[in-house]
Design a protein around this ligand. Structure first.
Ligand code: GRF
Length: 203
């Protein structure tokens, strides 16, 4: 299944997908990697793996809507069946969702619906929760509000810092994303309301 991965940062989630996709039986072929900013390690990782990359920056477009439409165009050019946000820090808009709604997955570093937004681990630590984790979901128009595919929990330790908790979450987040993306690609899935069922081909 052809997949486009969107990144903003270091691309460690992307790397996990790239590693898994070395095996054709995994069922995922990363056909392109896109970023919303120049010079990300994520794009460098893709280039190192010989995968086409593109950058679509908000600042290069007159409006956020034009950026959204340009991003949708750029991704569409690679004809992916699924699009994965692997630490992509921009909220996509209506043009993108019109093309990829139901087929755009995001991995978030908190146990939704708690701690949406870009500071999940820091917010969890500040709140004092004892369990944190990561959520894979199908993106909708909200901020981290889409139908949940899978969640994985990790403990919050007494001596955690934002950095140590962030890393513990990512260590659980990577295998979850790799496993679930593979299953969704190989077995198909259906989204009915807030319920995501794997192993059912989407109609
Ligand atoms: C992930 O923890 C994701 O949930 C968060 O950013 C991290 C991505 O890291 N939004 P990387 O860029 O894949 O290393």
């Amino acid at each position: 299944v052809p997949v486009v991965v969107l990144v903003s940062g270091t691309g460690s989630l992307l790397q996990a997908i790239l590693d898994a996709s070395q095996d054709p039986a995994y069922g995922v072929r990363v056909v392109a990697v896109g970023a919303d900013r120049a010079g990300t390690l994520g794009v460098e990782r893709a280039e190192a793996a010989g995968i086409p990359t593109f950058v679509c920056q908000v600042a290069d477009h007159a409006t956020r809507e034009e950026w959204d439409a340009a991003l949708a165009e750029a991704v569409t050019a690679y004809e992916p069946q699924l699009v994965v946000s692997a630490g992509f820090l921009k909220l996509v808009g209506p043009a993108f969702l019109a093309r990829f709604g139901g087929r755009y997955l995001n991995s978030h570093n908190a146990l939704l619906p708690s701690f949406p937004g870009i500071h999940g681990p820091a917010d969890a630590l500040a709140y004092g929760v004892k369990v944190a984790g990561a959520t894979l979901f199908v993106v909708d128009e909200g901020v981290d509000t889409g139908a949940i595919v899978a969640q994985v929990a990790v403990p919050v330790l007494d001596d955690d810092t934002v950095e140590t908790l962030t890393e513990r979450i990512k260590a659980a987040e990577r295998p979850q994303l790799v496993e679930m993306l593979g299953r969704m690609a190989r077995e198909g899935y259906a989204v009915e309301g807030r319920r995501v069922t794997i192993g059912t081909w989407r109609s």
